[in-house]
Structures are given as structure tokens and as C-alpha cells.
Design a protein around this ligand. Structure first.
Ligand code: SF4
Length: 449
């Protein structure tokens, strides 16, 4: 059987989709190739959120095509994911060496289509159509692909987004919101736990909108909180996370869930995007700065230890110096534990791309630098407060930077590196924090049991 290599660009949703495609192909007998240089099938799972990500994937495919067509002309080349969805046939017109273009509702068709191409029954395939029920097809995991125990897993609970933020291409590449059923998701989580998984992250573009149109409120609880309640009941599961929520979705039922559900960790990623109400309105975010700050206050009251991270865009069209100052002041006011800062990237067919007042690249870069300095300074100060404390971590595996050491994650989503060994993988353990680096904590091995 052929071997496949999948290269993934972009977000956790893409990582999860690639994992499911790889698992589906392995179930059909494919092996996973260690690199593109030896693979019979090479798939690029693409991201469209920024222009840079698209250009990277396009350039990569140009290089792969040049190499494979010279040395292995029979290799099958394909694009999947967001850029495949938004560009479709255009990708083959531009790069004729590409054999397959698979949209975001078609990941589960990869095995069939590749089979047809490899058997010579079809030459080129482009499928970017919508498909009813596709939100429930990302379910296979690669837990058995590695000899090591997998401790954490992502479970896709929904696809798409109806928010239409003016800068964002996602509603056009991922389609309308579509949610899986609660029993279906719980069954997948149970299966993962039975295979040794201790922590599950519920995943979707806008998870707080989960089930809005298909599952009615019950006892004042939204569909998403009902799902959290159901996952909480799974025996053997230790921790629940979710990403990405929308601040609009933080109703009192969700805040109350933080106070009530012990498995729901003290961590929230709440994309704010800007500290200026004027810019938030231009972005079509659907909340004000005051509402956002109010949610953080409520979350901190419910769980004083909660770690808060965010996404911020600098240089959105029309963002003035004063608007940017308001973002800086929000960063000081909220004191984020971590923030992912993005320089605004013009995406074709999005309303913001046509807005007046596009901010010059140089200004975007300056604002990015200034904000980063503030975020890093605050985070550094906050990370230092953990030194000397005892914290519970879930040990995930060897550190990426230094495989001789192990890493775990605190409930508030801080990575802790310590001198452990494979026997600690999957354990919940307390470590004493001895040192803080940039966005990493170091634990004392002396108090390991
Ligand atoms: S909520 Fe806004 S930023 Fe997030 S995926 Fe939807 S449109 Fe994009």
C-alpha cells in the first residue's frame, strides 16, 4: 500500500483534520511516510487566515512538484483545507502537477479519491462542495500510531462560523455553523479515555455557539454547557479544555460551569482582537470592551487561579493611534497570561479588505512590536509569581527542546519542564516551581514522588 505524508499549516482545527485524514488512510492500509521526499502521496492541509500562510503552502507545492515530477512522477499531490476550499479549481489551473483539491467538508473523502487517482481511474479531482453531516466525520485519532501513550486529545465538536467578523475568511472557507450531537461527541471522548487519554480539548471555530440551532436550552443552560456537563461525567477523564470560544458566548451559565465543574480547567482563551470599541464595531465582533472586561472579572471571581490568553489584531483598517493606545491600555488592565498578536492581513473577499484607512505595513509592525513588549513584560511578571508554588501538572511527554526532560501542563495552561522520565507520562502530579522562563515554568524534580 502507498505511503502518505501530510503537512499541516494553521490552527488546531487543521491539525485535528490532518490527524483524522491520516488515521482514515491508515485504516485503509496506508503507511505514514517520515518525509515528503519518500511519500507516494503528499497532501498539504492549508490555512487561509493570513496571506503569508497561503503563500507558504503555494511555494511549498511548487518545490514539491518540481522534485517529485523529476524523480517520482507517479507521486500524487494534493491540497486540502481552507485554501483548497477558497481557491478550488484555480489551484490546479495554476499548478497543473496537483492531482487533488479537497475542501473543508470533504476530508473524509480523501481515501476514496486517492484510491481512484492511484488506480488510474481518475486523473484530477476537485471537490469543494458542501456536504450535509460532514461535521461528524472528523472522529478518527492516531493514538495507536505511536508506541507512546497519548495523554491529551482534541475532539472536533462543530464546524464553521456564522459570526462574519469583517477581517476573517473562516465563514467562507469553513461554511455555516454545524454541530455534532452530544451523545456522538461523548462516545468519542469515552473511547479516547478508554485508550488512556486524560485531558480532552473540545474544538471548533466558535465552540460557544455549539448546538445553537439544533439543541434547545435546558434549565437555563446553553447547548455548549450541556455538552460540558455530559463530558464532565466521563469516568477516568481528568481535565476538560475548549477552544476557541467567542466572548459573546460567555453567558452566566458558562461562568457558572467554571465554578461548578471540577474537570473544567482554570484556563480560558478569549480572543479580544482590539481594546477600542470603535474598532470592535468595525470588526463586527459583537461586544464592547466593557462587556469583555466584565466577563474576565466574572471568570476571575469564579476561578481566581484562571489563566487568560487572547488574540489581538494590530493595524486593522481605520485603527488610529488612539485606538491602538486603547488596546495597550486593555492589555494593562486585563493582564493577560499570554496573547497571540497578529498584524492585520488583507484577505480577499472579506469586507475589511475594502475598508478605507488601510494601515501601512510599517505602522502595523511598529504596533506589533510595542504591544508585544507590553504583553511580554506583563506575562514575565505573572510567570515569576509562580516561583516557589506547588502546582499540579499533567505530564504529556518529553520536552520538544530537550527530549531528556519531560513537560507537563498546569490546569491554568502553563507548560512546566522538569527532570522526569517516561514513567511519569500520563500522571497528574504536583511539582514545585523553581524558575520561570518566557512562557515556560521549570519544576523541581526533588519533590517528585
Ligand atoms: S468568530 Fe470571527 S474570527 Fe472567529 S472564526 Fe468566526 S468570523 Fe472568524
Amino acid at each position: 500500500m502507498p505511503s502518505v505524508y501530510i503537512k499541516t499549516y494553521g490552527c488546531q482545527m487543521n491539525e485535528r483534520d490532518s490527524e483524522a485524514v491520516a488515521a482514515q488512510l491508515m485504516a485503509k492500509g496506508y503507511t505514514l511516510a517520515p518525509s515528503e521526499a519518500v511519500a507516494d502521496v503528499i497532501l498539504l492541509n492549508t490555512c487561509s487566515v493570513r496571506d503569508f500562510a497561503e503563500q507558504k503552502a503555494l511555494n511549498k507545492m511548487v518545490n514539491i512538484a518540481a522534485e517529485t515530477r523529476r524523480n517520482r512522477p507517479e507521486a500524487v499531490l494534493g491540497f486540502m483545507g481552507c485554501m483548497a476550499q477558497s481557491r478550488g479549481q484555480e489551484l490546479i489551473d495554476r499548478l497543473p502537477d496537483v492531482d487533488l483539491v479537497l475542501g473543508t467538508q470533504k476530508f473524509h473523502r480523501a481515501a476514496d479519491y486517492l484510491g481512484e487517482i492511484l488506480a488510474g481511474r481518475r486523473d484530477k479531482i476537485v471537490d469543494v462542495a458542501a456536504e450535509q453531516g460532514s461535521e461528524a466525520t472528523i472522529r478518527e485519532h492516531l493514538l495507536n500510531g505511536s508506541a507512546k501513550k497519548t495523554v491529551t486529545a482534541f475532539v472536533s465538536i462543530m464546524q464553521g462560523c456564522n459570526q462574519y467578523c469583517t477581517f476573517c475568511i473562516v465563514p467562507y472557507t469553513r461554511g455555516e455553523e454545524r454541530s455534532r450531537g452530544i451523545p456522538d461527541i461523548v462516545a468519542e471522548c469515552r473511547q479516547l479515555v478508554s485508550q488512556g487519554v486524560k485531558e480532552i480539548t473540545l474544538l471548533g471555530q466558535i465552540v460557544t455557539s455549539y448546538g445553537k440551532r439544533t439543541i434547545s436550552e435546558k434549565d437555563g443552560k446553553s447547548a455548549f454547557v450541556q455538552l460540558l456537563d455530559a463530558v464532565q461525567e466521563i469516568k477516568g477523564l481528568e481535565r476538560i479544555r475548549f477552544t476557541s470560544p467567542h466572548p459573546k458566548g460567555y453567558g452566566d451559565d458558562l461562568i457558572e460551569a467554571y465554578a461548578r465543574l471540577p474537570k473544567l480547567v482554570e484556563s480560558a482563551h478569549l480572543p479580544v482582537q482590539s481594546g477600542s470599541d470603535r474598532v470592535l464595531k468595525l470588526m463586527h465582533r459583537g461586544y464592547t470592551r466593557a462587556r469583555y472586561v466584565g466577563i474576565i472579572e466574572k471568570l476571575r471571581r469564579a476561578r481566581p487561579e484562571i489563566g487568560i490568553s487572547t488574540d489581538i489584531i494590530v493595524g486593522f483598517p481605520g485603527e488610529t493611534g488612539d485606538d491602538f493606545e486603547q488596546t495597550l491600555s486593555l492589555a494593562h488592565e486585563v493582564e493577560f497570561d499570554q496573547a497571540y498578536i497578529f498584524k492585520y492581513s488583507q484577505r480577499r473577499d472579506t469586507p475589511a479588505a475594502e475598508m478605507p484607512g488601510q494601515v501601512p505595513q510599517k505602522v502595523r509592525e511598529e504596533r506589533n512590536k510595542r504591544l508585544l513588549e507590553v504583553i511580554n513584560e506583563i506575562a514575565g511578571r505573572k510567570f515569576n509569581t509562580f516561583i516557589g508554588r506547588q502546582m499540579q501538572i499533567l505530564v504529556e511527554g518529553p520536552s520538544k527542546k530537550n527530549p531528556a526532560r519531560m513537560t507537563g501542563r498546569t490546569r491554568c495552561n502553563k507548560i512546566v519542564v522538569f527532570d522526569g522520565s517516561e514513567r511519569h507520562r500520563g500522571q497528574l502530579m504536583d511539582v514545585k516551581i523553581t524558575r520561570a522562563g518566557s512562557f515556560t515554568l521549570y519544576g523541581d524534580p526533588a519533590i517528585l514522588d
